[in-house]
Ligand binder design. Structure first.
Ligand code: AHM
Ligand code: MG
Length: 336
């Protein structure tokens, strides 16, 4: 069998040994994310049929209550992750507090916590533009047998054991890492199977795409303004191309394939930026590094930040390594 005929299910089984605590649980956990992603994908693909199937809050022809897609995605992932004896806690962008899963006979013996942004970029749904799901997985730090605590979720990103995203785009893909590189799988919707379509994904060392919401330019820190001017300067392979979808997953995915940088800086209005450290930045940073790229807040590696709150925000600069280094140099004012 060639690499590319391989299904995600086969890939998970074959690579189970790579994982240092290999008891099969992490594999089963990724499997359950794969399953929930199919359910969400089916719903996302129907989003344009809202006038036909019924709008949010209405009851459709089958008697089902129509939900907002981000609520639907949140429930689909939580339900799937809860129904196995693997996950002891879930934190979601859609929930104020983390959820405790006590597991079989309420014994609190499950090992993993999952942090998830169930439907990122959801303002893009109504206009038929790609959205995504982002997930991040850690082993619990509190002793087995006790309910999870906030400490299980506030681990620095460098302790992640797996992370990934699903992009609901022109095709649906799941891209993930368990710390042994990054692999991408494309869903064949006709048969509901994901195939290994992008083995060993890597960021080109440099690129020509910068992705930032330039509408906020006047509020950006001077270092980011200077970096944007650098991207736009006519010199060498510049000016670069500006591409911004407004869905982190899609912008990241394109930049990883083509080479580029994604920036969501702090602004005068939002001193910590917009993106969430635990569900958005850490998983993307882990993927970026596993693919040979970098992720920084301008001064510090994202994965080394010690989180202090569940919904903490951080400035985020992520992508091809030499582009991130250049942006950091502008932020730190060390450019010559
Ligand atoms: P969300 O979690 O509310 O969907 O926000 C996250 C999204 C990212 O996917 C995207 O890159 C960014 O917000 C876009 O923000 P803006 O519209 O301010 O440029
Ligand atoms: Mg989000």
């Amino acid at each position: 069998m060639t690499q590319k005929n391989k299904t995600l299910g086969e890939f998970i089984i074959e690579n189970q040994e790579e994982f240092k605590y290999s008891s099969g649980e992490l594999s089963r956990l990724i499997n359950s994310i794969r399953l929930a992603a199919k359910v969400v994908n089916h719903e996302v693909n129907k989003a344009g049929l809202v006038d036909i199937l019924g709008a949010v809050g209405e009851t459709n022809i089958q008697g089902e209550n129509q939900q907002k897609l981000d609520v639907f995605a949140n429930e689909a992932f939580i339900k799937t992750l809860t129904n196995r004896e693997i996950v002891c806690g879930i934190a979601s962008e859609e929930e104020d507090d983390f959820i405790t899963i006590t597991g079989r006979n309420e014994r609190n013996e499950n090992k993993y916590v999952v942090l998830i942004d169930p439907l990122d970029g959801s303002s893009n749904i109504d206009v038929n533009v790609s959205v995504g799901t982002i997930f991040s997985i850690y082993r619990r730090v509190t002793p087995s047998g006790e309910p999870v605590t906030l400490d299980d979720f506030l681990q620095p990103g460098n302790r992640q054991v797996a992370a990934g995203y699903i992009v609901y785009g022109t095709s649906t893909m799941i891209v993930y890492t368990t710390g042994h590189g990054v692999n991408g799988f494309t869903l064949n919707p006709a048969i509901g199977t994901y195939y290994l379509s992008h083995p060993n994904m890597t960021f080109p060392k440099t690129g020509r795409i910068y992705s930032v919401n330039e509408g906020n330019y006047v509020h950006f820190p001077q270092g980011i303004k200077d970096y944007i001017k650098y991207c736009q300067k006519e010199e060498g392979d510049r000016p670069y191309t500006s591409r911004y979808i407004g869905s982190l997953v899609s912008d990241f995915h394109r930049n990883m394939i083509k080479g580029g940088i994604y920036i969501y800086p702090n602004t005068a209005k939002d001193p910590n930026g917009k993106l969430r450290l635990l569900y958005e930045c850490n998983p993307m940073a882990f993927l970026a590094e596993q693919a040979g790229g970098k992720a920084s807040n301008g001064f510090e590696r994202i994965l080394d930040i010690q989180p202090t709150e569940l919904h903490q925000r951080v400035p985020f600069i992520c992508g091809s390594s030499s582009m991130v280094e250049k942006a950091e140099a502008f932020m730190q004012n060390t450019i010559d």
